[in-house]
Design a protein around this ligand. Sequence first.
Ligand SMILES: [Ca+2]
Ligand SMILES: [Ca+2]
Ligand SMILES: [Ca+2]
Length: 264
Amino acid sequence: MKLAVRRSPARQAVQGGFSMVEVAVSLVIAGLMSWAAFSGYETVTAQQEIERGHAEAQQLQSLLRAFALRQGRLPCPDASVTGAGYESLVAGECAPDVQVGWFPYVSVGLDIPVDKFRAHYSVFRASNPVAAEDADLAVVMERTSDTADADSTTFRDATDLIKALNNASVLPVSSSRTFLTGDAGSAGPIDCGANLLMAAAYWIVIPLQDKDNDGSRFDAPHRSVAPLGLCASSPSVPVRFESDDVVVAESPAQLAGWLRRSLP
Ligand SMILES: [Ca+2]
Ligand SMILES: [Ca+2]
Ligand SMILES: [Ca+2]
């Protein structure tokens, strides 16, 4: 049903004038709103991406821990240039000089993600000819003098990795092994040369965007070209103007504690 509304010619003219003003005003408002909506959208997207980066990093951390518990070692990095996703093994063992590379996605049962989520990964390695003092976390080794008899459940298992982690935790922090620097806050400056904060059993860095505009998604202090550095900023580092890299890491003592709590 239609309702007919009668208007006087004068009222129609006034109404026509209002309409033009209204149109002009509403155009301006619409413009402002879409501008606000657009910039808001960009902020939300950047925030969502960072949250997704954190979620990805936590998933990799969970997989890494499960791998450690099951295998009695940490995964070997993928040292290939392009990152095919496989551990860099030689005769079934992590190649001796491989401490850092791409995260070995395929070897731990994952698909390789898109570039902005594709992580670099470093593992702590300090081999020692005395097995009881060895701290090479990427290698399975009997470190607690168990023998390979049928009754032994602790031969070359997670307890031997815990031994290696304990050995690692008493070594002085060194720039020649996987380590963390500060967070530009309470953990001190982000300075891989001057602030060797602590040894890390491993670190994982997800690059997201190229915020420091050097042509690589990885931002300082994380190196993007060979040789990759063994240094990552502390996981507590906030998102900064010049870096949105997401870091997860654990000290040897932290990972040993998690393994002890998780042992059957
Ligand atoms: Ca053992
Ligand atoms: Ca970045
Ligand atoms: Ca960069």
